[in-house]
Design a protein around this ligand. Structure first.
Ligand code: SAM
Length: 403
């Protein structure tokens, strides 16, 4: 049942999965036609790029704690069922094809620990429980870091301190072989490290990953694509579609740890990245330095608020290419309006992991609708799907907009 929820395509062979996703791209394009957002020339849909790895490819998993099928309230895994129907059940990830074995082992080690702890599990934010999620991240050398998230309201401060000690001992003595263990207190659904820092309990603070000959530092809270071999193919497709040259400046919007800017650095005059998570911006700055890349600059802030200030830096640029890669929530309409006003940008690449979400569709609409802003509207010219998430319904979509 869990496999059907998390990896609903797992029963199909991989070629069938790819055709399903290719077809889905056509459905996205139909939404453009329905909204009259395409011009007379039909956008080209390229053949989907398959993932070089289709099993155990995820380099990040976030396991939750709830009641399991046997009634144990300290079960670590993913949910099946619906909260509104009151039948949510937590199932260990044992049979999930996309999760690494090392990540599964760590979820077991955490489950064993919390089951022996006198502190309660926190199932919702107001139930007085303590133990919450386990975040596990790894790189292609199979080095692993983990972060345990707790609800500070579930224990007195001295108990919190003791729990950190015992957690540390458990992971050190359980054969977990972690590169680092982090601890975070969080009383909201999710806390960015700016709100509540990830505290290093032991080990080396960062994970490093290599992509196309470049090295990337990744902090516990920073974004990095979940499937690096597929990400490398995706970035190459983005570079190819961007038609970069030494006269142009790249605006890398929602730049995370700086991958797009750094991979493009040899082909452009320079690039400016904007990202909301400060840890990711710190990583991006270090990543540029570590790879002797000197023409990338990164700024921390919301695109919507920062872009006009940052744009002053590149105003004199004769040519600007924009790569916009927000999460599934897209960006605010004000951000798209500011982007539309950048008159030197005739090419914009939107990378979306959920192109059919309402917010992504709103972004596409605002990019393409002549009435949204007096600046020239974009139109969609190419779509390149990339299968970043085999066995799931999700698909990364690179979309080229031109004007
Ligand atoms: C899907 S990731 C892409 C990161 C990067 N392009 C890459 O390939 O590694 C999206 C990033 O956008 C950031 N982000 C989301 N909304 C944002 C906004 N409104 N302003 C600035 N950054 C934002 C997130 O923190 C996240 O790091």
């Amino acid at each position: 049942m869990l496999a059907d929820v998390v990896t609903p395509l797992w029963r199909l062979d991989y070629e069938q999965q790819l055709s399903t996703k290719q077809q889905w791209c056509g459905e996205i394009l139909n939404k453009f036609y329905d909204r009259k957002l395409t011009q007379s020339k039909q956008p080209k849909i390229h053949r989907i790029i398959s993932s070089p790895v289709i099993e155990g490819y995820r380099n990040k998993d976030e396991f939750s704690v709830r009641t399991g099928a046997d009634g144990n309230p300290k079960t670590v895994g993913f949910f099946i069922g619906k909260p509104v129907e009151g039948n949510v059940c937590c199932v260990p990830p044992t049979h999930l094809i996309n999760v690494k074995e090392r990540h599964k082992e760590l979820s077991q080690i955490y489950q064993e620990f919390i089951r022996n702890s006198p502190l309660r599990a926190c199932h919702d934010l107001h139930d007085g429980g303590y133990w919450r999620n386990l975040i596990v991240r790894s790189n292609s050398q199979n080095e692993v870091i983990a972060a345990v998230v707790v609800h500070p309201g579930g224990a007195m401060p001295d108990v919190v301190e003791k729990s950190k000690e015992s957690l540390m001992h458990h992971f050190l003595n359980s054969g977990s072989n972690l590169k680092a263990l982090y601890f975070q207190t969080c009383c909201q659904t999710r806390c960015a490290s700016d709100v509540s820092p990830f505290i290093l309990l032991y080990g080396e603070p960062y994970l490093y990953e290599e992509l196309d000959g470049y090295k990337f530092r990744i902090s516990p809270d920073s974004f990095f694509q979940v499937n690096p071999p597929a990400a490398s193919l995706m970035y190459n497709a983005v570079l190819k579609m961007s038609h970069l040259n030494k006269k142009c400046t790249l605006l890398d919007l929602c730049c995370g740890t700086g991958a797009v800017s750094i991979l493009a650095s040899d082909y452009v005059r320079g690039s400016i990245g904007i990202e909301i998570v400060s840890q990711a911006v710190n990583d991006a700055v270090i990543n540029a330095k570590m790879n002797s890349v000197t023409n990338c600059h990164f700024f921390c802030g919301r695109i919507e608020k920062t872009i006009s200030k940052v744009f002053k830096e590149v105003e004199a640029s004769p040519e600007i290419v924009i790569v916009l890669n927000p999460g599934r929530a897209g960006i605010d309409r004000a951000g798209i309006r500011a982007i539309r006003k950048i008159k030197q940008a005739s090419r914009l690449i939107y990378i979306s992991c959920k192109a059919d979400s309402m917010s992504s569709m709103q972004n596409f609409h605002d990019l393409c609708n002549p009435k949204f802003d007096p600046s020239p509207a974009y139109h969609l010219t190419r779509m390149q799907p990339v299968d970043m998430f085999p066995h799931t319904n999700h698909c990364e979509l690179i979309m080229l907009f031109q004007r």
